[in-house]
Design a protein around this ligand. Structure first.
Ligand code: ARG
Ligand code: ZN
Length: 422
């Protein structure tokens, strides 16, 4: 298998250096389904190749017959990959004809509407812009916002948590939310920003958000993986992991959602540093993960809710992801996400699947939600935001607010209901 991968990738290199005209090809995203064992193997090889970036599932090892595989193909690889698929009679359709054009739209700073200033949810923010925005937001709402540095990333970017509090006496409950654990999931940091803006603008205006903020503090970490996020802006839009380097491998980065101390590096993660689901050298080896875990350990008596925001595929997940066993309050959690999913369906017409992570997607050990849950945070969730694969990680700016509204409704639904019981 490794040899076949080598051959396919090697062939790619030759092909690429031979025909420069291939660079005029548009980069594409394909939706591919393998049916037979042989086709599955070919597809696994193609998606391990460096001419491609696997969008879905997270790793080639999750590909089976009938898995809907979403595969990004870099310029120069398109003909080669489609030829291979045709040769093995593997069926596919084109999801995105011209991915580069979409990427351009996403890094545009200005918008068509001149009134929409930096305060609006109509564009993606670079890492620098997010830091600037955090600072500005704190200055504008000094009585409600505190910025806490919980640590720094591998490349020494600060990990900044925004603590939101109502204008009231201290309380003993809190909610945690992190965004941007996976670098290419740009809608995630955008949602943390959207959420913070929403809370600050609507406190003492809307009863639901006022009540939430009167009962608990809300900790938001807008970019858990700043190094990776920056890298997706400067170098490789499809990067998932962080950017830590290790002496014994040329491959960079660990999957931060496999690095938590929850059945670490068992089935569903990889010990290969080159894998997209590489678990790191040991639990919490990555500074970003260690910072979050340390903060939550010292606040676990007050933190009642844990939310981790990802994209894409539209799912509301809860523990466990490292085992098929049911969480102790499985029925309650299921009831909460079901309610949230139905509300999103009713209000916005969007379909969100829901359930325990392992059964709903795939086994994924070392995840933040499972770890938080085992720390005693009984309301622990991972959301996969819009969309279902039409644009995937390249969700256009015009859809940011729609995606954010879904997630906001889910959080309000879950937190409001659960708060009545605790
Ligand atoms: N898609 C995400 C990932 O592959 C989340 C998978 C669910 N795992 C979890 N621990 N919630 O990391
Ligand atoms: Zn993710």
């Amino acid at each position: 298998l490794a040899f076949l991968t080598f051959l396919i990738c090697f062939y790619n290199i030759i092909e690429r250096s031979d025909c420069g005209q291939n660079s005029t090809e548009h980069e594409k995203v394909l939706s591919i389904k393998a049916a037979t064992e042989e086709q599955v193997n070919v597809l696994k090889n193609i998606s391990s190749c460096n001419q491609t970036a696997l969008w879905q599932p997270a790793s080639p090892r999750h590909i089976t017959a009938e898995t809907e595989v979403h595969l990004y193909i870099y310029s120069g690889g398109v003909n080669h990959v489609t030829d291979l698929l045709d040769k093995h009679k593997i069926t596919y359709r084109v999801l995105l004809e011209n991915a580069q054009e979409l990427m351009k739209q996403q890094t545009r700073n200005e918008t068509a509407d001149p009134r929409s200033s930096s305060a609006n949810a109509d564009r993606y923010y670079s890492l620098e812009d997010i830091y600037h925005w955090i600072n500005k937001t704190r200055q504008e709402h000094p009585e409600m916002v505190e910025v806490i540095m919980i640590g720094s990333s591998f490349e020494k970017h600060p990990l900044l948590v925004m603590k939101l509090s109502g204008r009231r006496a201290a309380v003993d409950k809190a909610m945690w939310m992190d965004c941007g654990i996976h670098a290419r999931e740009w809608i995630s940091p955008a949602f943390c920003q959207y959420f913070i803006r929403y809370v600050l603008t609507n406190y003492n205006r809307f009863p639901d958000i006022t009540s939430l903020l009167d009962k608990m503090d809300i900790y938001v970490l807008p970019v858990l993986n700043p190094d990776g996020y920056k890298y997706t802006w400067t170098t490789n839009r499809m990067w998932r992991k962080n950017r830590s380097v290790r002496e014994d491998s040329v491959c960079v980065g660990a999957d931060l959602n496999r690095n938590f101390d929850a059945s670490w590096c068992t089935e569903g993660a990889s010990s290969d540093p080159c894998s997209e689901i590489y678990c790191g050298q040991y639990p919490e080896s990555e500074p970003e993960v260690n910072a979050v875990a340390k903060f939550l350990r010292t606040h676990k008596d007050t933190v009642k809710f844990y939310f981790s925001i990802h994209s894409y595929s539209q799912m509301l997940l809860f523990p466990y992801s490292y085992t098929y066993e049911l969480a102790q309050n499985h029925a309650e959690l299921l009831d909460l996400v079901k309610d949230a999913s139905q509300k999103i369906r009713r209000f916005y017409g969007k379909l969100y699947r829901f359930g325990a992570g392992a059964k709903t997607i795939y086994l994924a050990p070392g995840g933040s939600d499972d770890w938080a849950y085992n720390q005693g945070i009984k309301y622990s969730f991972t959301f996969e935001l819009q969309d279902q694969g039409k644009y995937g990680f390249l969700l256009p700016p015009s859809l940011i607010s729609s995606a954010c509204n879904d997630a906001l409704l889910a959080i309000k639904t879950i937190a409001t209901r659960a708060l009545q019981k605790i």
